[in-house]
Design a protein around this ligand. Sequence first.
Ligand SMILES: [Zn+2]
Length: 492
Amino acid sequence: MINHSLVVLNSISGRKEPFKPINPNRVGMYVCGPTVYSNVHLGNCRTFITFDLIYRYLTHLGYKVRYVRNITDAGHLENDEDSGEDRIAKKARIEKIEPMEVVQRYTVDFHEILKKFNTLSPSIEPTATGHIIEQIELIKNIIKEGLAYEVNGSVYFNVLKYNETYDYGKLSGRKIDELIHNTRSLEGQSDKKNPQDFALWKKAGPQHIMRWPSPWSDGFPGWHLECTAMSTKYLGEFFDIHGGGMDLKFPHHECEIAQAQAINKKNPVKYWLHANMLTLNGKKMSKSTGNNILPLDIFTGKNDKFSKPYSPQVIRFFMLQAHYSSILDISEEALDASEKGYRKLIEALDNLSRCKPGVEIGEFNTNKWLKNCYKAMDDDFNSPLLIAQLFEAVKFINLVINKHQPIENSQLKVLNDMLPVFIYDVLGIDVVKKSSSRTEEKLNQTINLLIELREKARNNKEFETSDKIRDQLEKYGIYLNDGKGITKFTFD
Ligand SMILES: [Zn+2]
């Protein structure tokens, strides 16, 4: 299976390149995970759904993939650079709880939301706070190389010095001269030699709770450092794929490259892949302008953006209907169209199970269809093209069913074998497989909605409401089972 001519758009070259992993049959993939100081937002979900698709497809092709996705639970300052308060510490101060309570709450939220989107868990999910020792070692090595300096207990990476030997800006396409010109000088506010230098270690102020001892001060690591520490530890000095949202290209990924090059004297990543932005009703999503929506608010329908709820699977399907590298706009109109398409696809699966084998009617070339499905995915994981192919099959299945005609045996076998594989395994669409009728599907949706409402009530400590939902459902013979991050239900 691995003998596919997969090509990927490598952000560092800007070109589509044949995908040849460093070690045959094995792929190491690192994806920058969330900073767990608030509910995961929908744009981030698009990034994680994108890399879930990539992980699923590589696995489907037969690669043994080690997928590492970190949790940033320390050191991410408010403005992504080196000033402002730590995002997690700030939330903890506002809510009057421990920073680790903030981390726990939003890590759980992140996992719950991603589970609803049916994303697979990564192979390793390391945390920044679990790798402080490794990060301190990296800083020592960068200082040894003469590419970092200490000022007042903080350590900074010397970008200009690095750029004498290496090329800072090669991923984001930024030129060092422009960076010098454009970087605001924070004179008096910073210990940096040059404003474009970035922090590897920050000395903690007296109020800062998340702090660790180091040779330079009691403090905490700079945000960019953790990804270099964890990707090197789990995937080696040179690994296959590094992914993340487009907004991380600069400075985060640029700084990762610089840190790794400084220590190992080699480029750390073979293929850089970046998922593009999600906009809402034609505009950039932003908390400050109110043009923003949380995943759970879409699932429950409690929001002022859309007039009805949409299931996580419809949202996932909607996201996969666009290529990950292009900007995608979410709107009620677009979601309605996706919902229709999603239903059509699921109904076709149901119809397929009722197709009878017989004499070929010759209107559909299944082998060519299969080739086209793979051709789509081999072209930089082009899920919209794959979905278009799936709808070709849907058209054929519906035609056969409507005409009460049989499908030739080998054709039926290809469709039976491969249509569910593309829908469930590759696209990761989690269909309620047991539902064979529309009524049952609607019942499942209704119960899932009640489960979501109960969960929300529980999160808000409205236990009277949450208990009422559970007890009333039990009276109807519907039993809720709370599992790890997900509630399932059974009928009596
Ligand atoms: Zn990262």
